[in-house]
Each structure stands twice: as structure tokens, then as C-alpha cells.
Design a protein around this ligand. Sequence first.
Ligand SMILES: Nc1nc(=O)c2c([nH]1)NC[C@@H]1CN(c3ccc(C(=O)N[C@@H](CCC(=O)O)C(=O)O)cc3)C=[N+]21
Length: 268
Amino acid sequence: MFIDVKDTIKNIKEEIDIIKNELTFEPKLVSLVVEPDKSTLSYLNSQKRSAKKYGINLEIVESNNLVEDLQKHNEDRNTHAIFVARPLKKGFTELDIAKNISPFKDVEGVSLYNIGSMFYEKELFIPCTAEAVVKIIEDFTDVKGKNVVIIGRSTTVGKPAAILLQKHGRDATVTVSHSKTENLKEVTKRADILVAAIGRANFVDKSFVKEGTIVIDVGINVVNGKVVGDVSQDVSEICNLTPVPGGVGSLTTAILMRNVFRAAKGEF
Ligand SMILES: Nc1nc(=O)c2c([nH]1)NC[C@@H]1CN(c3ccc(C(=O)N[C@@H](CCC(=O)O)C(=O)O)cc3)C=[N+]21
């Protein structure tokens, strides 16, 4: 079975509509990009479509100096929100972004301030993909005490999703596995909920899961011009699987757009 995320997206859209009604101007999102890879191009297309749909002024900027451009847009009162596409090239690290982006415009929740706030369980802006993962799981089931296994320890998905899922009140039992994990399949077979955030097309097949597992496919891989996830689609025969496209990615974009409205309104 495939998990339908339409209602989860609808909830985000309702949050957007409430903020939009209170705003008297069109918010502006600046997306800074350096040599976009295929998955970034896919995201930018999705951002363009959604910005148009929700009424956001999206400016995509090819950046030669990320830190300089960040500082410029931090100060520019007409820029409400800033997104920096990964992978980063040309000598900049994720930590450079984390240190230099204004927390109030940081709609992906990557700044040290926002990451720290999440760590202390007082979330402001949090990484959109991790939030999408948590929202899909929570709309489908109660995670309290459940075994959630995450494959991948990225700053954007694996690590923040682990923090969010084990939060007091949500109370999942979280295992983070990665490329050096021994006996990976033994670990993933113990999962009630499996989050695949590896970045390799069709990496997870039926041999990784027990029947009835909830499988969240975070992968956006472009193979022969088509978007495919990290999970082989036939896993849906024995598990509840999120589709790609039309799953985590589409919710992630909606959450990013909602965060642009929050930044414009000055909620944080
Ligand atoms: N700083 C940063 N944050 C990211 O979150 C980030 C990034 N950089 N670099 C690139 C990857 C890729 N990514 C996607 C998210 C949503 C869709 C998306 O909305 N996909 C739609 C449409 C896919 C299509 O058909 O083109 C879907 O899955 O239904 C795609 C790709 C976020 N990433």
C-alpha cells in the first residue's frame, strides 16, 4: 500500500492561508544556488511551482560567494527568507551557512540558533524535510515507544529527524544507521517505521523490511530523467510506503513555503 500525503499537505496549506490573510505584502524568498545537481533542479522547479501557487516572490540567485550573498540578504529588508541549495561547492561548508544565515530568515532551520533550539526541544524553524518525515509518520500512526530506524545521518534529514522523533511527548525509540553500520538489514528488520534517507536509487528492497512496516522514502534520485526514491516501489506490496514523486518531497516544498510566510510575518 502507498501512503497518501494529500491531507498532510492540505493541513500545511491551511496554515499558509491563515498567515497569508494577515499579510499585506507578498513575501520574498531568495534561493542561493551554486552549480545545481539534478535533485536541486527538481527542488527548484517544485519551489517555482509552489511559489506561484501560494503567492511568494521567488528569486533564484546563482551565487559566487555564499557568505557574502548571505550577509547581503540578511540585511536586505525586502528579503524575508533565504534558502541555500545543497550540495555546496566552491569551498563552502554547511557550517559556514549555519554560522552566517540570519535565524529569522532561515526557513530551512540550519542556523546554529535554530538547530540549538531544536536540540533543547523548543523548535522555531526546523529542517523542512525532517519535519515532513515526522508529519507523515504522525498523521499515519502513534510513534510513542515505537522502533524507528533511520538510514542516513545527514544534517538535513537523519540527524534532525532523530532529534524530533525522540522528543519528549513524541517518545519514539530511534536508531540511526549509516554507511558503516554492520548487519544493516538486521537493524532495519527490527523497525516498526523505517526512514530511508540515503541518496541511492532503490537501495532499500523487500529484504530490508518485515511485513507491515511503515516506510518513509526521502530519496530524490534522478535516473534517466525520472525521479526515483531510495526505496524500491515493490516494497509497497508488503509495507505502507510513501510514493516518490508525490510523497516526502511534495510535503517538504509546502513546508518551506509555509516557513517563508512565517518569516515574512516575523513569527520568530
Ligand atoms: N538546502 C537544501 N535543502 C533541501 O531540502 C534540498 C537541497 N538543498 N538540495 C536538493 C534536495 C532535493 N530536494 C527536493 C525536495 C522536494 C522535491 C519535490 O518537491 N519533488 C516533487 C516533484 C518531483 C518532480 O517530479 O520533479 C515530488 O517529489 O513529488 C524535489 C527535491 C530537496 N533538497
